[in-house]
Write a protein that binds this ligand. Structure first.
Ligand code: IZC
Ligand code: ZN
Length: 418
C-alpha cells in the first residue's frame, strides 16, 4: 500500500471553485463548503472529495475532528532568498528617511546585494530553509521566489540554484523568478543603459539556458526602472519564453498597471498607486493583481484599493512580499488579517486571494489552489472551526496540520522530516 493513501475525515471543508480562470468580482466570495466531509488522497493527489465517499481498505485515516480544512496557501510574491538583514534601517526611518531615500543613498536593496554576494552557498541555503519552514508551518505549500540580490550573472545564478536546492530538500513547491532588474547595482551607478545592456545580452540568455527560472520580473518604479526600460526588458524576456510579472505602481503611478496589461503579464504586483485606467486594462487582459498589505503596513503607506479592484473584475491575490527591507515577515496569516482590516476584504475573498487566485498568479492553478479531484493534495487543517476566526484572532499561527502532496508535513507546529 502506497503510504500516500490517506483519508481525511470529519473535515469542515472550505474551498474556492476553480472555473478554469481566476475568480473575479462576486466569484471571489463563492466558496464550496462541505460539512463533515471526507477527502481521499492517492499518489499525492485528491481522488475524491465529498460527504458520500467510501474509504477503501488500507487507507490511513487522518481525523480532522470537525476542524476547518482548506487548500494549502500559495504565496505568489517573495524575495525569500537573501543574505543578511536590514534592522540598521530602523533608526534611519525613525529619523524620517523613506524606503526610496535609503535606496537612493546606496542602502536598501544594494546593501542586501552586498550581503547576498558575500554569503556562502551553505549560509544562503540555511537561511532560505529556515524562512520556508516558517512559511510551511503557517500553512503555505507553494511559494514564488525571486532572484534580484545578485545583479550579475554569477550571483543571480547562485540565488536561483540555492532556491532549487532548498526545493529539493523541503516539502514545499517553489516558482522561480529571475529579477535581475530589481535595482541598478553600485558598479553601474549612473549608467542604467549599460546595466540594461548587460542584463539583456549576458544575464538573460544565461539564466534562460540554465532553466532555473520560469518568470521574469522588473521593479518598475520612479527612480528604479521606468516604463520604457521595463517594457524593453520584459519584451526581451517574452522572446526568451519567460512568463512576465511586474512590481507596478507601488509608490508613484507611472503606468505600470497599463504596461502589465499591454504585455499580457501573468500578474502585476503592489499597485498601491495604480490608476483606474490601469486597473481597467488589467481586468480586460485578465492580469492578476497581487496585493501586498504587509508592505503598506511596514512602510506606513496607503493600502491598495482592493475593493475597487474586485468591483472592476480584476482578479485579486494576496502575498507576503517577504523581503529584508519593506516586509521582513513570512507571516501570510498576518497579511490575511491586514487584508480584512485595511483592504476591507471579506474572509471568503481573502481565502480565494490566498489560494486559487494566488495559484493563477504563478501559473499553478492546474495543480493547486483549490480542493478538486485530480489536483495535488496540498491541504491545511486549521485549529479553528471557521474561516472568520483565523482572521479575527490575529498574530498567532492557527495551523494544526499541513498535508503536502498527500503527506503530513507539519505536525504540532513543526516540519516533519522523513
Ligand atoms: O529588498 O527592499 N520593494 N524590492 C522592491 C524590495 C521591496 C525588496 C527590498
Ligand atoms: Zn517584491
Amino acid at each position: 500500500m502506497n503510504n500516500t493513501c490517506l483519508a481525511l475525515i470529519h473535515a469542515n471543508i472550505v474551498t474556492p471553485l476553480d472555473k478554469g480562470r481566476p475568480a473575479t468580482g462576486k466569484e471571489q466570495s463563492e466558496l464550496k463548503k462541505i460539512n463533515n466531509g471526507t477527502i481521499l488522497i492517492e499518489d499525492g493527489k485528491i481522488k475524491a472529495i465529498g460527504t458520500d465517499v467510501d474509504i477503501p481498505e488500507g487507507y490511513i485515516i487522518v481525523d480532522a475532528e470537525g476542524r476547518l480544512v482548506t487548500p494549502g496557501l500559495v504565496d505568489p510574491h517573495t524575495h525569500v532568498v537573501h543574505g543578511g538583514s536590514r534592522e540598521h534601517e530602523i533608526p534611519l526611518k525613525l529619523r524620517g528617511a523613506s524606503y526610496m531615500e535609503i535606496h537612493q543613498a546606496g542602502g536598501g536593496i544594494n546593501s542586501t546585494v552586498t550581503a547576498t554576494r558575500e554569503a556562502t552557498d551553505s549560509e544562503l541555503f540555511k537561511k532560505t530553509c529556515q524562512a520556508l519552514e516558517t512559511m510551511l508551518c503557517l500553512g503555505v505549500t507553494t511559494v514564488e521566489s525571486k532572484s534580484g540580490y545578485g545583479l550579475n550573472t554569477l550571483d543571480e545564478l547562485k540565488m536561483l540554484r540555492i532556491a532549487h536546492q532548498v526545493e529539493e530538500y523541503l516539502p514545499i513547491d517553489l516558482v522561480h523568478t529571475f529579477m535581475g532588474a530589481h535595482a541598478i547595482p553600485m558598479e553601474y551607478r549612473g549608467q542604467p543603459d549599460a546595466y540594461i545592456e548587460y542584463l539583456l545580452t549576458d544575464m538573460m540568455p544565461q539564466i534562460k539556458d540554465s532553466q532555473l527560472a520560469e518568470f521574469c520580473d522588473v521593479f518598475c518604479e520612479e527612480g528604479v526602472f521606468d516604463v520604457t526600460q521595463t517594457e524593453a526588458i520584459l519584451q526581451a524576456a517574452k522572446q526568451y519564453g519567460f512568463k512576465l510579472k511586474l512590481h507596478a505602481d507601488e509608490i508613484v503611478p507611472i503606468g505600470g498597471a497599463e504596461l502589465a496589461a499591454r504585455l499580457q503579464a501573468v500578474s502585476a504586483d503592489h499597485l498601491m498607486a495604480a490608476s483606474e485606467q490601469g486597473l481597467q486594462d488589467m481586468a480586460k487582459a485578465g492580469v492578476v493583481a497581487v496585493v501586498l498589505p504587509g508592505t503598506s503596513f511596514y512602510l506606513g503607506k496607503n493600502y491598495a484599493r482592493a475593493r475597487e479592484m474586485i468591483n472592476l473584475n480584476v482578479p485579486l491575490a494576496l502575498a507576503t512580499d517577504y523581503n529584508p527591507g519593506s516586509c521582513p515577515s513570512e507571516n501570510i496569516q498576518l497579511v490575511m488579517t491586514l487584508a480584512y482590516l485595511y483592504l476591507r476584504l471579506y474572509p471568503e475573498e481573502i481565502l480565494t486571494a490566498c489560494t486559487l487566485n494566488a495559484a493563477y498568479a504563478v501559473d499553478r492553478a492546474a495543480q493547486v489552489g483549490s480542493l478538486d479531484t485530480g489536483k495535488q493534495a496540498d491541504i491545511v487543517i486549521w485549529e479553528a472551526d471557521n474561516l472568520d476566526y483565523i482572521l479575527y484572532h490575529f498574530g498567532i499561527n492557527h495551523v494544526h496540520q499541513v498535508i503536502k502532496g498527500g503527506k503530513i508535513v507539519v505536525q504540532e507546529g513543526n516540519v516533519v522530516h522523513e
